[in-house]
Ligand binder design. Structure first.
Ligand code: 3MF
Ligand code: MG
Length: 351
């Protein structure tokens, strides 16, 4: 029996507190500044921040063009001091490769060599920022690496382009780890790296497999028609689950980022179960949440989704730990899976 592990560390990104903009309507709440958001973390029970490069250095391309590397580093130093003062850690930093006019046709897989070059340079700057803020985890959500129609790109060449970029980043910094965050669609119709299996395939094909792993988001797995806890189990077996974005998703539609467990509690239970039973967190992995508050929520209570997602994780952790393993094994030995099924429901309902 492994010793029960109690101290999970939780993280979220500044974008998880937002103004309610959606494709059909504008902001409905006034923004909280980054300075205000940093104040919220501890009170909400979080100690880790997930960053994009431009959460740290706003207008990163302009700042770089005007002030060069020194300007990026001085802004990063200021944010580092700020988060240190709040007792917070930068869990990950991700280059935001999907907003620039130079990444309209993709980043690493754009058809234009000049655009691919921009994506790589921007990623290297992100590595510098990560180092300066004391973080060794670079997240790659490959947002625009895919197509709207198949015929615009060669999918085989695209895999090579992505791998080239990963190898160039591994070479650029011999200590940085790369966490690929797969997602099957949105913004693209079809993405080249839709599941954790694809991501881990790239990891093993890379020049430093021990430094390439994955970040699994519940909603992304569900959008691929897969069971998030099994996706996690796959990565855990390979020792490549280095972060998670827990949330929930109501069927196959736009990426909803609903509060963890809010659609399917049992599916959430199984995610907590696979993490807890496979030692997730023991090597410093964070329990990351990537959750969006409802558009209807008034501003002064627009962080409740973070509080409740964390609480749901902890409540389900209690359910995982109080689950009677002996009873479970008896049902399994008798091949009475109907019995086990009902036992789980009773347990989740507290009966
Ligand atoms: C998109 C996502 C992203 C990534 C984030 C980190 C905006 O569906 O999940 O959230 O998690 O960009 O790289
Ligand atoms: Mg995410």
């Amino acid at each position: 029996m492994t010793k029960p592990f109690t101290e999970y560390c939780f993280s979220f990104g500044p974008w998880n507190i937002h103004e309610g903009t959606d494709p059909f309507g504008p902001a409905v709440r006034e923004s909280f500044s980054f300075d205000e958001k940093v104040e919220f973390y501890r009170d909400l029970g979080f100690v880790g921040i997930q960053f994009h490069d431009d959460d740290i250095v706003p207008d990163i391309d302009e700042t770089f063009n005007k002030g060069g590397h020194a300007q990026l580093m001085s802004r990063t130093k200021a944010v580092k001091t700020q988060i240190d003062n709040h007792g917070l850690t930068a869990e990950v930093v991700a280059p935001r490769l999907w907003e620039s006019p130079l990444t309209i046709d993709g980043a690493y897989t754009a058809n234009s060599a000049k655009e691919r070059q921009y994506a790589l340079e921007r990623s290297k700057r992100c590595v510098d920022i990560a180092n300066e803020i004391g973080c060794k985890n670079l997240v790659l959500w490959l947002a625009r690496e895919g197509t709207y129609i198949r015929e615009t790109k060669s999918s085989a060449n695209a895999v090579g382009y992505i791998l080239d970029a990963i190898n160039a980043l591994l070479d650029y910094d011999s200590e940085m780890r790369i966490l690929i965050e797969p997602k099957p669609n949105e913004p693209m119709d079809m993405a080249y790296i839709p599941t954790i299996g694809h991501a881990i395939g790239l990891a093993y094909a890379s020049d430093a497999p021990e430094r390439v792993g994955g970040l699994i988001e519940s909603a992304h797995a569900i959008l691929a028609g897969l069971e998030p806890s099994d996706e996690m189990g796959y990565a855990l077996y390979h020792k490549k689950l280095w972060s998670v974005h827990l949330n929930d998703q109501n069927g196959l539609k736009f990426d909803q980022d609903k509060a963890f467990g809010s659609v399917n509690l049992r599916r959430a239970f199984n995610q907590v179960r696979v993490l807890e039973e496979n030692g997730y967190g023991r090597n410093g992995e964070f329990v990351g949440l990537d959750v969006k508050v409802m558009r209807t929520q008034p501003r002064h209570i627009s962080t409740k989704h973070l509080l409740s997602s964390r609480r749901t994780f902890l409540n389900l952790l209690e359910k995982v730990r109080t689950f009677d393993k002996k009873v479970e094994q008896e049902f399994i030995a008798a091949r009475d899976y109907e019995g086990l099924d009902f036992y789980i429901l009773q347990h989740l309902l507290g009966l």
